[in-house]
Design a protein around this ligand. Structure first.
Ligand code: AGP
Length: 608
């Protein structure tokens, strides 16, 4: 949710912290701050607003020192004000803390500390940690932090510096991601790898319960009993260029346009034309185990949940295994049912979404085998699952997920194909699917050519107040996804619905002011969607249809047609979503919305 960063080494810390916060800003962007040990004590600069504002403040009031911490915030407790911005200090101002997560018993701890004489200056849960550390006994900072964390309930990824312990950063993790970037005589701690990349590609991921002491001489990872833990080093697979905008106006647009390439990397080395199957070594599912699967449950949130809905169609159609798709946030609090032969698939771009992580843990506890479909390498869901499929789509910076969605669909097609071939799908059918998948990136290249038409269309609908998205079968989830994209970046209220469901209520909303987007490729339910469009037309609704190239059938019925190439029906959602991603993007740009940093959102929801 928030982004934390820390630096200790031979350079001035402030520029490194600012660079890190710039790269972490997609994690939360309502307020920001840094604190540096400058030899006299802890110096802090913070404000409500963006990293650029803090950079300007540091220009006017610079900070000197080679050890410091920083934070970019998505407010959970206390409004996004300068006072509530991190870092937070204790009464003496000699301890500074940055935190990503939620201290669930902060109120109880605060009352206890206030009655012991501590003076609180913010409304945040995090400030409690600074006062707990102030109170804690211990010769070393790590001892004090460990003691301070003992009564704490909730989640945290935190970093601490203190005047009495110059040149030292202590970090701790429970529930929220923390990694250590290992450089030459310098170390960058952060919530994710994007902040360490300019300094090193080598990172160590902390696990829940870990605490680490980092100085310019090195780092030690300890458990709650202060026993030294070994955490292996991993190399980050992507480069700085994937974190830069290039000549695109926004990361979202860059990520929409790079989908042919990201799909190629998701499919690379995984298609087996001769066997008509897929190679998914990381899945850890042998042929024997595949045949013993009785049911599949998919757990996810947001766009990943929409991908799960498409995944159900794919797996049921190809492998004949019943699939349920669960909102992870609901699943984790339902009574767990122990059903032998259950495979749970956790889908998450970031691999850190708290609800999906907890749903994964609940499924494991209920005896399920759990696999992850994840984009961020080394993320918690990836490390806690029994196996998985990495998307290899590169970092997704735009808060509105785009390339991860199409790569999730490609991964689900590979999974469906793999399971189906182990369970008797004919070789020829398998080979046809492999051939279709191999050609998919080129089809997406062609689908992107619709952009100029979308731009013209966006101008016509940029003032809409509401919109309805309709789809059927494997493209109903695409209607949901199109509506979500429009909602989250243009702030236009939009709903996605199964096309036939419209008659049971939403049709009441239809009039000349309601744009209706119909996802209608020429598949086996196409005629049914056309009937729905007839019903919309009859009530004066304005229809934008996403349909298949060469389909001249709709001119009389719809106001606008956006055409995508024909494909194997189960692959069509990868194509039909492209015009919807572009439509949301161009409408948001026309409405001068902050496309990459939409209000109230964050890229990775690491709190409940
Ligand atoms: C999608 O555009 C949103 N950013 C959001 O719904 C997202 O899909 C959801 O938070 C799940 O994130 P995850 O895939 O990283 O778990």
């Amino acid at each position: 949710m928030c982004g934390i960063v820390g630096y200790v080494g031979s350079r001035e810390a402030a520029p490194v912290l600012m660079d890190g916060l710039t790269r972490l800003e997609y994690r939360g962007y309502d307020s920001v701050g840094v604190a540096v040990l400058d030899g006299r004590g802890v110096e802090t600069r913070k404000l409500a607003g963006r990293v650029d504002g803090l950079r300007a403040l540091l220009g006017r009031a610079p900070l000197a020192g080679r050890c410091g911490i920083g934070h970019t915030r998505w407010a959970t407790h206390g409004a996004p004000t300068e006072r509530n911005a991190h870092p937070h200090a204790d009464c003496s101002g000699t301890v500074a803390v940055v935190h990503n997560g939620i201290i669930e018993n902060a109120d109880v701890l605060r009352k206890r500390l206030e009655s012991a004489g501590h003076r609180f200056t913010t409304e945040t849960d995090t400030e409690t940690l600074a006062h707990l550390i102030e109170d804690a006994e211990g010769a070393t900072l790590e001892e004090r932090v460990l003691a301070a964390l003992a009564p704490v309930e909730g989640t945290y990824g935190l970093a601490v510096i203190a005047e009495e312990h110059p040149g030292t950063i202590v970090v701790a993790r429970r529930g929220s991601p923390v990694l250590i970037g290992v450089g030459e005589g310098e170390y960058v701690v952060a919530s994710d790898a994007s902040a360490v990349l300019p300094y090193t590609r080598s990172v160590a991921y902390l696990r829940d319960g870990d605490i680490a002491v980092v100085t310019a001489k090195g780092y030690r990872v300890l458990d709650e009993q202060q026993r030294v833990q070994r955490r292996s080093l991993h190399d980050i697979e992507w480069g700085l260029e994937s974190l830069s905008l290039g000549d695109h106006a926004h990361f979202m647009l860059k990520e929409i346009r790079e989908q042919p390439e990201t799909l190629r990397s998701t499919l690379r080395g995984r298609l087996l034309p001769a066997e008509g199957s897929a190679r998914l070594d990381g899945l850890n599912l042998t042929a024997a185990r595949c045949t013993r699967i009785r049911r599949i449950e998919i757990v996810a949130c947001g766009t990943s949940w929409h991908a799960g809905l498409v995944g159900r169609h794919i797996i049921e159609d190809l492998a004949g295994i019943p699939v349920t798709v669960e909102y992870a946030s609901e699943y984790r609090y339902r009574r767990p049912l122990r059903v032998p032969g259950t495979l749970t698939v956790a889908i998450s771009q970031s691999g850190e979404t708290a609800d999906t992580l907890e749903a994964l843990r609940a499924a494991k506890a209920a005896g399920s085998t759990v696999v992850g479909i994840v984009n961020v390498v080394g993320s918690t869901i990836a490390r806690e699952a029994d196996g998985g499929i990495y998307l290899h789509a590169g970092p997704e910076i735009g808060v509105a997920s785009t390339k991860a969605f199409t790569s999730q669909l490609a991964a689900l097609l590979l999974l469906g194909l793999y399971l189906a071939r182990q369970r008797g799908l004919p070789l020829e059918r398998g080979r046809a699917l492999v051939a279709a998948l191999a050609g998919l990136p080129d089809l997406v290249e062609r689908a992107l050519a619709v952009e100029p038409e979308v731009c013209a269309l966006a101008a016509r609908f940029a003032d809409a107040r509401n919109a309805l998205y309709l789809g059927r079968g494997v493209n109903f989830p695409v209607a949901l996804e199109g509506a979500l994209k429009l909602k989250e970046i243009s702030y236009i209220h939009a709903e996605g619905y199964p096309a036939a469901e419209m008659k049971h209520g939403p049709i009441a909303l239809i009039d000349e002011n309601m744009p209706v987007v119909c996802v209608a490729p020429t598949d086996h339910v196409y005629r049914k969607v056309v009937s729905t469009m007839e019903e919309v037309r009859a009530r004066g609704g304005r229809i934008i249809a996403v349909t298949t190239e060469g389909n001249g059938d709709l001119q009389r019925l719809v106001d606008h047609e956006l055409r995508v190439p024909a494909s194997e029906p189960l692959l069509s959602p990868v194509l039909t979503v492209i015009p919807l991603q572009l439509l949301a993007y161009h409408i948001a740009v026309l409405r001068e919305c902050d496309v990459d940093r939409p209000r109230n959102l964050a890229k990775s929801v690491t709190v409940e």
